[in-house]
Structures are given as C-alpha cells and as structure tokens.
Design a protein around this ligand. Structure first.
Ligand SMILES: NC(=O)c1ccc[n+]([C@@H]2O[C@H](COP(=O)([O-])OP(=O)(O)OC[C@H]3O[C@@H](n4cnc5c(N)ncnc54)[C@H](O)[C@@H]3O)[C@@H](O)[C@H]2O)c1
Length: 249
C-alpha cells in the first residue's frame, strides 16, 4: 500500500516506522516545512493518507484528500465541532474517511466497557461521576479527544448526565463547585513528560470506583492508524474506529 503521511511530527514518524515494518511504502510526507508538496498530483500517488497534524490544519488536509479522491485516516483531535460538516463534505465528494480520537486497541476496549459501566450505574444514583485526563504540556487541545469520547459514552448511557464541562488545570484540585449536577466534569491536567492517562471516577460517600487507562508510549496509536489505513481500502463513507474494532461480534 502506498501511504501519504500528512503531519510528520511525533506520531507521523512512528507511523512511518510501523508502516514500513508492515511492508507499506511512504510516497509523501508533509509538515509545516513543506506545505507546497500537498498537491493533488502528489496525493494521487498514494492509495491512502494518514493525517496526524494540528487542530488548525486538519480540515484543509481532509478536504485536499477528498478532492484528490484519496481515502483518509484521521488521528488529529480538536475538531469535534466540525464533524457534521466533514460528514457532509465526505458524502458530497463520495470520499472515505475514518476518524478516531484514539487508535489504540486498549483504549477502544476501555470505550466499550465505559459505556457498559455507565448503563449499569443508572441503578446506583448515589454515585457521582467525573472524568480525569492527564497529558504532556505540549498538547494543543483540551479536553483530549479521547476524554470527549469517554464523556459522550457516559452521557449517552447514564441518565443523570446531559452534557460535559471541561476544567483545565495544572494541579489535581479542579474547582468543580459551580458545575450543574447534570453536567459531567472533565478535569484536564497538563504535566511535564507524562504518558496519556484517562480515568473515569464514580464516587459515593462510602467508596470510589476508578476505571483507568494509561498509555505507556505512542506505538499503540500508530499501529491502530496503519491498521485503519489497511481497513479503509475499497470503502466509501465516514467511519469511526468502532466500525473497525467491532466489539459486539
Ligand atoms: N487519534 C490518536 O490515536 C492520537 C494519538 C496521538 C496523538 N493524536 C493527535 O494527533 C495530532 C498530532 O500529534 P503529534 O504528537 O504527532 O503532534 P506534533 O506536534 O509532534 O506533530 C504535528 C505535525 O503537524 C505538522 N503540521 C503543521 N501544519 C501542517 C499542515 N498544514 N499539514 C501537514 N502537517 C502540518 C507539524 O509540522 C508537525 O510535524 C494531535 O492532534 C494529537 O492530539 C491522536
């Protein structure tokens, strides 16, 4: 498979290595330094694009792929307000896109169990719930795309919560006093040199249940993105990673 890598930072470089290990070829890499290489002609040399750039550049890159007729796997986060618009664009161009806020197998198992747990907790309304995410200080968006997916999984399944509110903090003491009870608190902590951590916390007067995922490195995200690029070959439409990891089978 011939791959175009749009975004050649920390993730792009690991994806390149894993793609080469899986006998794929990298025919184009773009980053802030060589934006002039993002032409229709260059994109059409590839079978698929993998996009890990920045929240402010992802939409332009997706549109370039649609116009070039190139399927695109998107890992960049921080554009969740634009998903409806990009679904329309995908349909208009008869394109193919797979988006995941998190490509790791472990996190996708976590997403699945998180929904089941939220459904179960409807029977125990004396527990309140919150989400905590911890990332490195260079991360551009907050809350993380992964935390938003976790929050949506809770809101869709737990009657007590109707929306989410993010509090960004540098210590472990977010002030949640002003958050309405029907809103789910997402506490985003930014700390130097930490791996990404997501915890769902159900707290009552008598005990606390914590459900936690910790990423040890970025390899799991990169492998999932390459698997998605293999999976999307020959498909049309707007997919989420749940279409690839079908846990209901
Ligand atoms: N979905 C997942 O599993 C997952 C996992 C890790 C990171 N991410 C997300 O992926 C994105 C990238 O993460 P990273 O750690 O590689 O960031 P990074 O800052 O290391 O790299 C970003 C790259 O994008 C490049 N860039 C800037 N403008 C561009 C443009 N117009 N076209 C192409 N490239 C451009 C930069 O030059 C840089 O090389 C972030 O949004 C991050 O949150 C997603």
């Amino acid at each position: 498979m011939k791959i175009a890598l749009l975004g050649y930072g920390k993730m792009g470089k690991i994806i390149e290595k894993i793609a080469l290990d899986r006998k794929h070829e990298i025919v184009l890499t773009t980053s802030q330094e060589n934006l002039h290489d993002l032409t229709q002609e260059n994109l059409q040399k590839a079978d698929v694009a993998i996009e890990f750039s920045t929240p402010s550049t992802v939409l332009g890159n997706i549109e370039a792929c649609f116009k070039a007729g190139l399927p695109v796997v998107v890992g960049t986060t921080g554009w969740h307000h634009e998903t409806a618009q990009m679904k329309e664009q995908c349909a208009y161009h008869k394109g193919a896109l797979l988006y995941a806020t998190n490509f790791s197998v472990g996190v996708n198992i976590f997403f699945h169990v998180n929904k089941m747990l939220a459904k179960l907790m409807n029977n125990y309304p004396y527990y309140d719930v919150q989400v905590e995410e911890i990332h490195h200080t260079q991360k551009l968006d907050s809350p993380s795309g992964t935390a938003i997916t976790i929050a949506e999984g809770i809101i869709d399944n737990l009657e007590a919560k109707a929306g989410w509110v993010n509090v960004l903090t540098t210590d472990d003491a977010a002030d949640d006093a002003n958050i309405p009870v029907d809103q789910l608190l997402i506490e985003s902590l930014r700390i130097e040199n930490v791996p990404g951590t997501h915890t769902v916390i159900y707290d009552s007067e008598v005990d606390t249940i914590e459900f936690k995922h910790t990423a040890h490195n970025r390899n799991g995200f990169a492998l999932g993105a390459v698997l998605a690029a293999e999976w999307i070959q020959g498909k049309k439409g707007f997919y989420s990673v749940e279409d690839m990891f079908d846990f209901n089978k």
